[in-house]
Design a protein. Structure first.
Ligand code: AMP
Ligand code: GLY
Length: 424
């Protein structure tokens, strides 16, 4: 069968690497892809939100399955677009329809969903411009720190952790009255601050049954020792030692099963991935957020621990027989180190020539923000490459990924040398 992956980051590179190995895969297309995805398939320069362009490609290349990487096309309804089109309606899309994508597209929707289905999450209230005064009063009674979340998608910037009441009131006003994050902050969720260690849990579902994929830990801050500005993610590790069988049993019973059952009870069809961002507080899981897609850079580590045919699992999602499929997970450790552009996550350098990828010894170089410039591979995004290795133990994995990252060079290149070392 012919398969199309939508997206262009490290996550989509890892998907492409894995899908290309499947016995089910004849031709693989990636739209738009990056300089690295051409190793696994054919790039097609179409934006992930250009639904008409995607339709033309799917019909021209006789695509039989579409795997959606990022949230934006899902929240904008790419799956619904397929279902509503006579020529596309029988071509399966892995990724939820618009309603299910609201789990990520609206923080208020996801909080109400969790409340309705008794899924453990931080206490919250939602405010709008009309209820700003109530919000300011509420903040005065809420404990500190307090978390403010723009309801809609805000390119990963919509969450503010405020340490003082003054800061919280100023920010709430800026978000609601001055549209700090545009339409995304026309509603704001004010939430209790949770302490603990974060964990990324991934579930694949056909709407009825589910498979739990390998869990991972993501490193979000730019600086070593988890300092400095938030980024899209600077590295990941899988498995995560504290997420042992007893812990994952709690996660399954308290979070995963009620989530899948909740979607069914609410009549929300869902075929795709659910990424559950958890806070582990003294051994108890609390949901921080849902995403309607896989994580990046978690996917790079997760794909490398799945030993079974990934397309077979995707077909289980598409055809509604995921319960009949088997997922084989490696017991080895995968580690990913993300190499970023100088200046990232602020204004960053672009168009720098990348050299040395051929010197990498025992990792896969998943491309993210890269393009071709003649025969050169150049940097075009903030997160440039994800270096992923699999080793027998965590220490070797961390060491190998870090050593391999240091074999690559471009002007201004930076990566964290402490990914995962907090877990050793
Ligand atoms: P989100 O966009 O919901 O993933 O939030 C971004 C980040 O903010 C999360 O990954 C956490 O690090 C942090 N965060 C969000 N909500 C909370 C909370 N209730 N308590 C503590 N940290 C939080
Ligand atoms: N690594 C976090 C995310 O993909 O949102």
């Amino acid at each position: 069968m012919n398969i199309l992956i939508l997206g262009s980051g490290g996550r989509e590179s890892a998907f492409a690497w894995k899908v290309a190995q499947s016995a089910h895969c004849d031709k693989l297309f990636i739209a738009p892809g990056n300089a690295g995805t051409t190793q696994y398939g054919t790039n097609v320069n179409i934006k992930v939100t250009d639904f008409e362009g995607i339709k033309a490609l799917v019909l021209k290349e006789d695509i039989n399955l579409v795997l959606v990487g990022p949230e934006e096309p899902l929240v904008k309804g790419v799956h619904d677009f397929f279902l509503a089109d006579e020529q596309l309606k029988n071509i399966p899309v892995v990724g939820p329809q618009q309603e299910g994508a609201q789990l990520e597209g609206s923080k208020d929707f996801s909080k109400q969903f969790m409340e309705r289905h008794n899924i453990p999450t931080a206490a919250y209230r939602t405010f709008t411009k009309d209820t700003l005064q109530d919000g300011l009063t509420y903040l005065a009674t809420a404990g500190l720190p307090v978390v403010l979340k723009a309801d809609g998608l805000a390119a990963g910037k919509g969450v503010l952790i405020c340490l003082t009441l003054e800061e919280a009131q100023t920010e709430l006003t800026a978000m609601l009255a001055d549209a700090k994050f545009g339409e995304a902050s026309s509603r704001v969720v004010v939430e209790q601050f949770l302490t603990g260690i974060e964990l990324s849990v991934f579930v694949m579902t056909d709407g009825n049954s589910y498979k739990i994929l390998p869990e991972a830990k993501d490193y979000k801050r730019i600086g070593e020792g988890d300092t400095g500005l938030n980024t899209g993610g600077m590295g990941s590790i899988s498995p995560v030692p504290f997420a042992d069988a007893a812990y994952m049993k709690k996660v399954e019973e308290r979070v995963i099963t009620p989530t899948i059952e909740g979607l069914k009870k609410d009549g929300i069809p869902y075929k795709g991935f659910i990424f559950i961002g958890l806070m582990n507080s003294n051994g108890e899981p609390w949901v921080i957020e849902y995403n309607c897609r896989m994580g990046d850079p978690e996917t790079e580590s997760v794909m490398r621990r799945i030993d079974s045919d990934f397309v077979d699992l995707l077909l289980g999602v598409a055809e509604g027989n995921l319960n009949e499929k088997e997922i084989i997970i490696s017991t080895k450790t995968a580690a990913t180190v993300v190499m970023v552009a100088g200046g990232y996550p602020g204004e960053y350098l672009k168009n720098k020539v990348i050299t040395g990828t051929e010197n990498v010894r025992d990792s896969i170089v998943f491309h993210a923000g890269t393009s071709m410039d003649g025969n050169d591979v150049i940097t075009t995004g903030g997160r440039v490459l994800a270096i992923t290795t699999v080793q027998d133990n965590m220490f070797s994995a961390l060491q190998q990924a870090t050593a391999d990252a240091s074999r690559i060079y471009y002007d201004g290149m930076y990566f964290r040398k402490d990914i995962g070392f907090d877990l050793l």
